[in-house]
Design a protein around this ligand. Structure first.
Ligand code: LER
Ligand code: MN
Length: 271
């Protein structure tokens, strides 16, 4: 295990697979390991079809699969039951793959864009309806995840990508009504830089549920290239003993072979 920052044991650095150059996944994985990453975040799309390639790419390496990002069809908060069932079926399949590949879990966004469900006021407004439906579905998915030893990682997004779960507090409010052990929160610094009034407070007060982090600066480039203050939130993570992965999910304006190792150095310097 790499000791991140020379003092924060277990805080592990990961990178999404598409951010690094390479002709094969094996080549990318080798590179990321040599740059000092502890994990790789894979995309969930067609993951079952490339399982052999994935397994052989990580064989004999220290670097691990941190997480699986998205890759399911359907939508959990769609009025059409077939759409919801498709999402539940695919998410369960990706949770099985998370287990098989030793990942923490699967990143799930409850709904992108505007509401799909109807506004039923005065009986129930759309947000309350979405909340109730999501709690039911997350309960089922959380139980499934827990039985597989992985988790559903609920990701709040910014207002331009969703109308619904936008802050860690709101995510926690929902997760608190579910099978919590199998449902956790993830915190994306890009979305937080738009939606949270105080990133450090949001992290601090939701720390018990946070099991994954996405790293990007305010402009969604590599950390250090925008105006997000990483040092205060990292101090909170350090003090509270955060021990899960932080994965880069950002644009790289230049040569990744040069900029990714520099990003590792920058992030380590923060802690
Ligand atoms: C989308 O903006 C995002 O942050 C992804 O992690 C969604 O899965
Ligand atoms: Mn993200």
């Amino acid at each position: 295990m790499i000791v991140f920052g020379g003092g924060v044991k277990n805080m592990k650095l990961s990178c999404q697979e598409n951010l690094v150059n390479g002709d094969s996944l094996r080549g990318k994985v080798e590179k990321l390991e040599s740059f000092g990453f502890d994990g790789v975040e894979l995309w969930g799309n067609n993951l079952r079809d490339r399982l052999d390639e994935v397994k052989s790419a990580f064989k004999g390496r220290q670097i691990r699969i941190s997480t699986i990002c998205s890759g399911y069809s359907g939508c959990l908060l769609d009025p059409n039951k077939d759409e919801r069932d498709r999402a539940v079926r695919d998410i369960k399949e990706l949770l099985s793959l998370s287990m098989e590949l030793g990942a923490v879990g699967l990143i799930v966004v409850p709904v992108f864009g505007p509401p799909r469900l109807p506004d039923l006021t005065p009986f129930m407004n759309v947000i309350d309806l979405e909340k109730k439906l999501l709690i039911e579905l997350l309960n089922e998915l959380g139980e499934d995840a827990y039985s597989k030893g992985v988790c559903v990682l609920v990701e709040p997004l910014n207002r331009y990508e969703t109308h619904f779960v936008k802050t860690l507090d709101f995510g926690k409010e929902i997760i608190n009504h579910t099978h919590k052990k199998g449902v956790r929160l993830m915190a994306d610094f890009f979305h937080m830089s738009i939606e949270e009034s105080d990133i450090s407070r949001a992290i601090s007060e939701n720390m018990d549920l946070i099991a994954h982090i996405h790293l990007a600066d305010s402009n969604r480039l590599l950390p250090g290239m925008g105006h997000t203050d990483f040092s205060a939130p990292f101090k909170v993570l350090k003090e509270k003993g955060y021990k899960d992965y932080m994965a880069l999910e950002c644009g790289i304006p230049g040569d990744p072979d040069k900029l990714l190792p520099e990003a590792v150095k920058f992030l380590r310097s923060l802690v």
